[in-house]
Design a protein around this ligand. Structure first.
Ligand code: GLA
Ligand code: ZN
Length: 685
């Protein structure tokens, strides 16, 4: 069976961000690091992420000797390095001499030097300086035995509204609209509030975007920011590609907010095409006081499944904390067991590494209390260090997992452009659109039932899945409509919901009712969507059970579909809410209302049963347990039984499996303590 190794290391990486540049005056600390790295079974480090002021203390004066020594020392210990390009933070001399590198905010105020992740993506000077630095790094270390991959910049994000960026935006628009201002004016619905432009020079970035009424402009600005960020990144990697063509490149992606959504401000479906390896930084607020650990684990699984599916290959967990962070509202330590559990969850969903921010807690500045493998005490008996050591030992025993995948028959579609368009849409309700959370609501039943799923983009191949679910896909371009149509025609099953297929790629509403192709496929036509106040209630009866409606209810007319569920109340009482339609060789379901979680559970359970879609291992268990696995060989799966519940749980395994550590065979009841994870191997007959 083919494996997809994402780096030349055919084992799981364990390590993290290592900032020796903060410790050059403390040689004894650097010595101690090497010993502790070995003790923790750490084998990979991201080095030099914020080291520009140490690498080039003055313009044109370079200091690489310290980095030579660090890389040599790490190589001598058998460790690998993800060598960083330092563009995420720049030295003061650079901002001082070339103020054009400083970002301008949406109110057109120029930012001062300080902080990080705040340079202009267009500035020719910054592009020149970063490229020069990257070339020097590539040339110096191209043959270094420690060099495993490139860690390009850090967590690209944000936008810049300077004159250079405005000009670049206009150039990008000219290209997009074929140098026809009339085409742009049409796409942006120009005459609305007299927003027709008579010259390209009148066009500016939205300021601020939250108050901008021109939705076509807003959407294009989001697209441009992704484009320009990628363009900057391409400029960064040009010398790396040239000098080290065989060294893979990654840049660390993120998640958004304490409620852990996919990162929103950059379209990662576009960025994914430009990197060799997807990597991300995960900081779930474990043990918070607003949701259960299991609920949060479900959201982590969702993002993992999305980021893995972007390239259909393993991803790297590039940053995580072994204990707390310094930026959550409350920076709580991981309870005993949680570190091992959260690390194994990542591996179970496709991570080929567990890496930390940070190796050693810094002594000063804002991250001096951020969790780290090595605390200020430098003590290997430290609880956190011991937790990390345990993960290191477990990963060392799981080398065969590296490069392995998770075959799935079900896919959910997630779309960044849709999220932007929906968030800007002034209609429905501001508070309750919740697109990412809605997709998560449709992911939940599969997570609870241990069914592997991919979370794909609208451009992925649908045909390899039995079921494709596209919740709340408000922005549906014609290409996507065609792809849905073809897929169902050929025998696929699709599910969509309320507020789908409303606007095209310019955020212009479809005219003449729901697009004809969608009406044909789904056999329904949405007439209007009712928006609820938080206390409004309705219900849908489906298969003799009643489920609560919240937030949205779409009134449907039938154009051929079979009715599976009806509304209970209000002026649309008795009308259809859930439908199924046969089209070509396939089936198309429409869920007209936002329904409580139990509906999704029952609805998808029926579909799973009907299609005989299997979980990774035949098991039964209560809520809070997740069973996820990776296929390491033809028929052989490494399966992780994980208890995210705060109480002991029993898992009944209806198959023969082998305990991965003790090699004993097990079946029947297995009990899991709170936060316990058990690893087994399973041969599918
Ligand atoms: C981000 C950054 C790191 C560090 C961590 C702290 O992920 O990439 O440099 O600041 O946050 O959680
Ligand atoms: Zn700029």
């Amino acid at each position: 069976m083919e494996k997809k190794y994402v780096t030349k290391a055919h084992y799981l990486l364990h390590g993290g961000d290592y900032n020796p540049d903060q410790w050059l005056d403390y040689p004894e600390i650097l010595e101690q690091d090497l010993e502790l790295m070995e003790e923790a079974s750490a084998n990979a480090f991201s080095v030099g992420i914020f080291a520009w002021s140490t690498l080039e203390p003055e313009e044109g004066t370079y200091q690489f000797e310290w980095l030579d020594k660090i890389l040599d020392d790490l190589a001598a210990k058998g460790s690998k390095v993800l060598l960083a390009t330092p563009s995420g933070a720049r030295p003061a001399w650079l901002s001082q001499k070339y103020p054009e590198v400083l970002r301008v905010n949406e109110r057109r105020q120029k930012m001062l030097h300080g902080g990080r992740h705040n340079h202009c993506f267009t500035s020719p000077v910054y592009r020149e300086k970063t490229q020069k630095m990257n070339r020097l790094l590539a040339e110096r270390y191209k043959d270094h035995p420690a060099l495993l991959m490139w860690h390009v910049s850090n967590e690209y994000s944000g936008d810049c509204h300077c004159d250079l960026c405005q000009e670049a935006f206009r150039d990008w628009l000219k290209e997009r609209y074929h140098h026809h201002l009339a085409e742009l004016n049409h796409a942006w619905w120009g005459p609305f509030w007299s927003h027709t432009f008579s010259d390209w020079s009148q066009i500016e970035s939205p300021s601020p975007i939250g108050e901008s009424a021109v939705h076509g402009l807003n959407l294009d600005w989001h697209r441009f920011v992704t484009h320009q960020t990628i363009d900057f990144y391409r400029n960064e990697i040009a010398p790396l590609r040239e000098v080290t063509p065989d060294v893979p490149v990654t840049t660390n992606f993120m998640a958004d907010g304490n409620d852990l959504k996919p990162f929103q401000s950059l379209d990662y479906s576009k960025f994914a095409k430009e990197v060799d390896v997807i990597s991300w930084d995960a900081y779930p607020a474990w043990h918070n006081d607003w949701e259960s650990t299991a609920e949060l684990a479900m959201k982590v699984g969702f993002i993992d499944d999305l980021y893995r599916s972007l390239k259909n290959q393993p991803f790297l967990l590039l940053e995580s904390t072994p204990s707390g962070v310094n930026w959550h509202p409350v920076n709580k330590a991981k309870r005993p067991g949680m570190h091992q559990l959260s690390a194994m969850q990542m591996v179970a969903h496709g991570a080929d590494s567990i890496m930390y921010f940070q190796w050693r807690k810094s002594r000063g500045s804002s991250e001096k209390f951020h969790g780290a493998v090595v605390d200020h005490d430098g003590d290997k008996e430290n609880r956190v260090f011991q937790d990390v050591k345990q993960v290191g030992e477990t990963l060392a025993g799981l080398a065969e997992v590296a490069g392995s995948l998770r075959p799935a028959k079900v896919a959910l579609v997630y779309d960044w452009e849709n999220n932007w368009a929906l968030n800007h849409a002034q209609g429905y309700s501001r508070e309750t659109k919740r697109y990412p959370q809605t997709v998560q609501e449709h992911y939940r039943p599969f997570w609870e039932q241990d069914i592997p799923v991919d979370v794909i983009t609208k451009e992925h191949d649908f045909s390899k899945y039995e079921v494709v679910i596209l919740p709340m896909l408000y922005l549906m371009d014609e290409a996507t409509i065609d792809r849905i149509t073809d897929y169902v025609e050929q025998g696929g099953t699709v599910v969509t919901t309320y507020i789908s297929g409303i606007v095209d790629e310019h955020d212009l509403a479809y005219l003449g009712g729901w697009p004809a192709a969608l009406q044909e496929v789904f056999g329904v036509s949405p007439l209007e969507t009712d928006t609820y106040y938080p206390n409004d209630r309705n219900a849908v009866t489906y298969q003799d059970k009643t489920y609560e409606v919240n937030d949205y209810a779409t009134i449907l007319s039938l154009t051929g579909a079979e009715v599976l569920g009806n509304y209970e109340a209000d002026f649309y009482a008795g009308t259809r809410a859930v439908t199924r339609h046969s089209y070509g060789k396939g089936q198309a379901y429409f869920i007209g209302a936002r329904l409580e979680a139990d509906f999704q559970r029952d609805f998808y359970a029926a579909l799973i049963e009907e299609r005989a879609i299997e979980s990774v291992l035949p098991v039964t268990h209560g809520r809070g347990v997740s069973v996820q696995g990776r296929q390491v060989d033809e028929g052989t799966y490494i399966v992780f039984l994980m208890n995210f519940a705060e109480e002991k749980q029993t898992v009944v395994i209806e198959a023969e499996v082998t305990d991965y550590q003790t090699k004993e065979s097990i079946s029947g009841e297995v009990s899991l303590q709170p936060y316990e994870v058990k690893i087994v191997s399973h041969v599918k007959k």
